[in-house]
Write a protein that binds this ligand. Structure first.
Ligand code: SAH
Length: 391
């Protein structure tokens, strides 16, 4: 196994269990490792400090373990069993809910790996070459840990792996091949398009925020912007909304939203979906909405896009503040990891001020418990939301 030696003093963050080694911290390597290879990291004084996947770029090692152990199937089984125990012990998995994130990268001490569970199907996504190369052993470990509760493992990494790695990336079943794509979240059914959909097919990370929305929906006119497969819309329907309009620029998303509404609320005339650009829709809309959800895609995928992203959040939120009825409630989100909580708040508050509205914060929202944040890796915090009362 190849060894990496750190510069003097550059072991400090690893001693505090931060799971990344940056290129600037590296003094030398025993031999240039291949991307994705398992490497051992040593201090400048030849003391072992970590084992991880090697990658090319500014993060050069993503740490899998701080003890000198072999990275094999039993290693993955152990990590997966711990992740499953966490979800079980906090009651996320039950008869009413078979949809949850089992592995959230660094949050579950498996950097570069995401596994979402949709009933009998696990969707696995690699964000690093190392996890891509380990996919078969991880799939075996997953089956071992989950037993009969899963029958299918779909591997979906076509869009998440580093482009330059030039891998034979493919989306394919590693186990099973069931095409029944219906999963249950808090008692509601929905189709998950793991074959072609965004992320692993569904935005599990909004589950608790959708439940909160349900409580506020009664008697309101609801506008769900950037609806994707309609998650927020069906909670609004269940909460007793007077009408629900869902908007997404993708026709495919709108088709999925309509399909999901019709399995949960057949023949319910309260819902209409529009395939339109959100900004244009807000400009011309006439309906008096008093509950609006803004859950756009990440406006900043990288730090260098930050300024424009903040402007985008301000522009979008201003349009909603200008139009929402007095006494209305706004659920507004950012899933950009590069935008922190304070920056997002400032963007939203600037929007409220420029629209001249009086606004109170009712709730500050974040990602749910099955998307945990490793305390040694605060970068894992990405989803931020505000629930605002607009006078
Ligand atoms: N709220 C959703 C997740 C939103 S993901 C849920 O709970 O599942 C972001 C969505 O925004 C995607 O479906 C994407 O198609 C859509 N989108 C991106 N740009 C858009 C635009 N300019 N106008 C409307 N929708 C847009």
């Amino acid at each position: 196994m190849k060894h990496i030696y750190l510069k003097r003093g550059k072991d400090e963050s690893l001693r505090r269990f931060h799971p990344w080694v940056f290129s600037g911290a590296i003094q030398s390597m025993s031999d240039e490792p291949e991307e994705g290879e398992i490497v051992k990291v040593f201090t400048n004084e030849n003391e072992y400090i970590a084992t991880g996947h090697f990658q090319i770029g500014s993060i050069m090692v993503r740490v899998l373990s701080f003890s000198d152990e072999t990275i094999d199937q039993p290693f993955y089984e152990h990590r997966l069993a711990v992740a499953l125990d966490v979800r079980r012990s906090i009651g996320i998995i039950n008869d009413d809910n078979n949809t949850y994130r089992l592995v959230h990268g660094e949050g579950d001490n498996l950097p570069g790996l995401v596994i979402d569970i949709y009933g009998p199907t696990a969707v696995m996504q690699a964000h690093s070459v190392g996890m891509h190369q380990d996919r078969m052993v991880i799939a075996k470990a997953l089956k071992q840990v989950m037993g009969d509760t899963i029958r299918n493992i779909f591997y979906k990494s076509e869009t998440t792996l580093p482009y330059k790695a030039e891998l034979e990336q493919e989306n394919a079943f590693l186990l099973g091949g069931d095409t029944n794509d219906i999963a249950i979240e808090n008692g509601m059914q929905f189709h998950v398009d793991w074959l072609k959909g965004q992320k692993t097919g569904f935005f599990i990370d909004q589950r608790e925020n959708r439940s909160l929305l349900q409580k506020y929906a009664k008697g309101r006119n609801v506008l769900n912007m950037f609806c994707y497969t309609g998650g927020f819309s069906f909670y609004a329907m269940r909460g007793g909304a007077s009408l629900v309009h869902s908007v997404d620029s993708s026709q495919k998303a709108i088709d999925l939203t309509n399909a999901n509404i019709s399995i949960n609320f057949p023949d319910d005339k309260r819902h209409t979906a529009y395939a339109e650009d959100a900004f244009k829709f807000l400009d011309k809309m006439q309906t008096p909405y008093d509950l609006i959800i803004l859950d756009p895609p990440a406006f900043a995928k990288h730090k260098d896009a930050l300024r424009n992203a903040l402007k985008g959040y301000t522009r979008l939120n201003r349009k909603a503040f200008e139009k929402i009825q007095p006494g209305g409630i706004l659920f507004t989100f950012s899933c950009s990891q590069a935008v922190n909580k304070d920056q997002f708040r400032t963007a939203v508050f600037t929007a409220a001020a420029s629209a001249g509205r009086k606004v109170r914060i009712l709730h500050q929202l974040h990602q749910p418990a099955d998307h945990p944040i490793n305390i040694y890796h605060p970068e894992g915090e990405y989803l931020k939301g505000l629930v605002l009362y607009v006078e």
